[in-house]
Design a protein around this ligand. Sequence first.
Ligand code: SAM
Length: 261
Amino acid sequence: MKKLKIAFNFLIYNIKSTNEHGVHSPFVYDLILGTIYNRNAFYCYHPIERLRKDLMHSKKRLNCTDLGAGSYLQNTRSKSISEIVHAAAKPEKYAQLLFRFVNYFQPATILELGTSLGISAAYMAAANSKSKLITIEGCKDIAAVAKENFIKLELHNIEQVVGNFDDCLPEVLNKIDQLDFAFFDGNHRKLPTINYFEQCLEKAVEGSVFIFDDIYWSDEMKVAWQEIKKNEKVTVTIDLFYFGIVLFRKKQVKEHFVIRF
Ligand SMILES: C[S@@+](CC[C@H](N)C(=O)[O-])C[C@H]1O[C@@H](n2cnc3c(N)ncnc32)[C@H](O)[C@@H]1O
């Protein structure tokens, strides 16, 4: 039933979506060409994808503590690294889009909710070595493997925080002056998503970019995405079906784009 709903939503998305030619805002037009439709191969893609391949072959088992959607109760079970990377890591297409967004906006401070094995964090950190990326993960065994991965990729601009978003996020946000870029990729439920969004909003500034993963994953996430779009501080949003992109630009009229990706 859930798969059917997602397929139906995808059909609607396909009907509604346009490419850059349906966009009148010069800023959004340039953004789409510079990120979403930028087909250049960047230098860091190869080592990160090689690492993903290695992880896909790893039979090593980790004790996974699941604090997010899918388990309303804390639930620990053993999974292989291969299973985790298949189930959790953003696919190449979307992970590389994150790279291009960071490369385009050059944010100084990036926050990720949901490190998992570090694939998306690696892409974002590699896109701007001058940025500081803070990434939060609730499962300590998974976070430990992510740490090894960041060392292998020689990424030195990542700070890992291990703990539940509910506990760690206020502390993390307290330590930063402003949040230039945030990727929300964990605990895909309505209230936690809106709660994390509202906390991060306090540190958003002109030009900040927030990206939400899986905005059609469930009815709850669909409602959360609609509420985020309605927020008065949000001006431009771009719906890519799997990603919902939020831009804070006072000069821009409020407008919601659905772009084919
Ligand atoms: C989809 S995975 C992240 C994938 C990663 N961003 C990537 O693309 O490589 C989501 C992660 O969020 C973590 N998570 C979910 N809910 C959490 C919570 N409430 N606190 C801390 N971590 C949480 C899970 O343990 C999981 O590893």
